[in-house]
Design a protein around this ligand. Structure first.
Ligand code: FE2
Length: 306
């Protein structure tokens, strides 16, 4: 069975490559492990050769997602299994630094997917400065057809479905984190597949406070949060990187017990046991307090203008 164990890396075309390198190394606190002759920057959160790649470009977008399979999987066998399911897939050797062999395929939105078993682990460790997150935790994709895309990840790559918000967000995991992918309908509304946001996991609330102070010192405004989400229950705060990508910093994400089909219980859960479920669109993705605050502000504004 082909099932990734972790989100390994994400490649980004970067318009303002210098500013992006500065932000991801000095503010986010990732380590620059290697810079290619082609100007690609390979960045690590602490162990792997890379968890993020910045590609100099005249555009800004998500180019590729890498998932790591268990080390005992044979890529030749995985290739045959994917082909049997009608997936077009290529086995590549030395396609990128740090990985000797990988499978390349595309998801229904055309995002390039890499599957690999081994990556070099130079272990630059965690930086003493900058945010220095635990890991790249999840990607939220803006899909043209979120149902079709979610089915691909469930049926072909054996992701577990965890939650759904209305018709616009599908949460999937390949490990115990509540979501490694959030397949949203944003692409359909915008007219092309895109990245909704990328998210880094932090260690605890004090790390989150310190991270927001680091953003403030670098004149980077927080655009939303911290707030505890419904689906996933992560406490999340959002800001933009220099290219305008939305970046989430989160703690406290729900942890799935896959064999039991429910999440590790937490005091803030609405149900016991909390199982993968559907969240109504009008109550999810914001706390009641924020909703109330927004409605008060709206009413006040309407009273002034009427
Ligand atoms: Fe997120």
């Amino acid at each position: 069975m082909i099932k990734p164990s972790k989100l390994g890396y994400a490649d980004f075309a970067a318009k303002d490559i210098e500013a992006m390198e500065h932000y991801y190394t000095e503010v986010m606190g990732l380590s620059l492990v290697e810079e290619g002759d082609d100007g690609k920057r390979y960045l690590s959160t602490g162990l792997d050769h890379h968890n993020m790649v910045l590609i100099p470009s005249n555009e800004s977008n998500l180019r590729c997602i890498g998932f790591q399979l268990d080390s005992d999987v044979l890529l030749q066998d995985a290739k045959k299994e994917l082909q049997k399911q009608g997936i077009s897939v290529e086995l590549k050797s030395d396609a990128r630094p740090g990985i000797s062999e990988l499978l390349e395929l595309k998801d229904p939105d055309g995002f390039i997917i890499h599957l690999y078993t081994n990556m070099e682990m130079p272990a630059p460790r965690f930086k003493e400065h900058g945010i220095a997150p635990n890991k790249l935790g999840h990607l939220a994709l803006g899909s043209m057809d979120s149902i079709k895309s979610a089915k691909f990840y469930q049926n072909i790559l054996k992701f577990d479905y965890t939650d759904k918000i209305g018709e616009r967000a599908n949460f999937l995991t390949c490990n115990t984190d509540h979501h490694v992918l959030n397949i949203s309908s944003l692409g359909k509304y915008i007219g092309s597949p895109n990245l909704y946001h990328l998210a880094f996991e932090l260690r605890d609330a004090s790390h989150q406070y310190r991270s927001l102070d680091i953003l403030a010192k670098n004149n980077i405004p927080v655009v939303w949060g911290p707030t505890r989400h419904t689906a996933g229950h992560n406490i999340a705060a959002y800001h933009h990187d220099p290219d305008g990508n939305l970046v989430e910093l989160f703690i406290d994400m729900d942890q799935l017990i896959p064999g039991l089909g429910y999440f590790n219980p937490r005091p803030w859960h609405e149900e016991f046991p909390l199982k993968p479920r559907y969240w109504a669109d009008n109550v999810a993705w914001g706390t009641a307090y924020e909703k109330t605050l927004f409605e008060h502000a709206l009413k006040k504004f309407q009273n002034i203008t009427n």
